[in-house]
Design a protein around this ligand. Sequence first.
Ligand SMILES: *Cc1c(COP(=O)(O)O)cnc(C)c1O
Length: 372
Amino acid sequence: MKTWLEISKTNLAHNAKEALQRLAPQTKLLAVVKANAYGHGMTLVADALSAKIRADRLWFGVDSTEEGIALRKHGIRAPILVLGYTPLDDLALATRFRLDLTVYNLETVKRLKLGRIHIKLETGTTRQGVGERDALAIAQLASHKPGIKLVGLSTHYANIEDTTDHRYAAMQLKRFCSAADALERAGFKIPIRHTAATAATILFPDTHFNLVRFGLGLYGLWPSKETKVSSYASKEGSPALKSALIWKSVVAQIKKVPSGAPVSYGLTERVHRASRVVVVPVGYSDGYPRALSSVGTVLIRGKRAKVLGRVCMNMMLVDTTDISGVRLEDEVVLLGQQGQDEITADELAAKVGTINYEIVARISPHLLRRSR
Ligand SMILES: *Cc1c(COP(=O)(O)O)cnc(C)c1O
């Protein structure tokens, strides 16, 4: 195989347990596995967690009906909540596969015949969700349809990850609680409240209620430096998250290149000494960002090799002049640990001006994921 991923089921389960330890005993963990489990492989991750986490504490969260159906067809029986929009034409399918729905318009409730819904509250993120009045109207309509069970009330924070100043989040939590109270006063008993993603799960027990939506942390990654710093200062302390993914390829060719030779498309970079250049058969269509042209590094024989020139669609070139003994089909690590060194998603993200979420979520779903 030219390029593949190795996923540690042990580390995935470890991270889930780190999260569970911070929760009250009745609070459940919704493992967010959208975007192919942040690139880690949705069914592999679901299997790993189903095997190691008590069934009565585990939910799954997906973005779409398609993802939810794929989990059901794979045999997952835990509750599954669709976090994103469900088109009206897909509602019957969602019912058939027992998917809980995130709901924020009356049209959905009008069309839905049977199923469980969670109303999404707008509390300041200005994304999916409705204010208190519309939430009441949705609850009212749902209460007149015997097939519909209003089981959840949720919201999502705008600004926990990017700051150590959490006053905005506190304000959103206050709005959430006040809308929840209003619904309760109007006679709607909604058993499940949920607001926390990874950062809030780690930092603020007040946001847990009876379910947390834990995504990035499952994969051993931190939402941001600010989250990590805040967690050191928090009463609960810092969870020991372990990265679960290694992205590998192999040396496909080794060539001697004279000083001054240009490397790859566009002649954007030349070697400044007689060099040994290696072809690595993985590129931007596999999810390795083209923005890492001339700036990325990979690991070969435990040492760093710099990406030379442009990253191509399915290959790239790296400089191994300073690494001795490189052989055809030696393992190349693009992301993760090899020997004493590790290339993290945070490092690659910083180099191309994005976040670790995007680096892992864009690894092509076509690549093989192997568990280790
Ligand atoms: C993706 C997502 C999450 C998970 O966020 P993390 O920061 O990865 O934990 C939680 N809630 C909703 C609504 C999401 O869309």
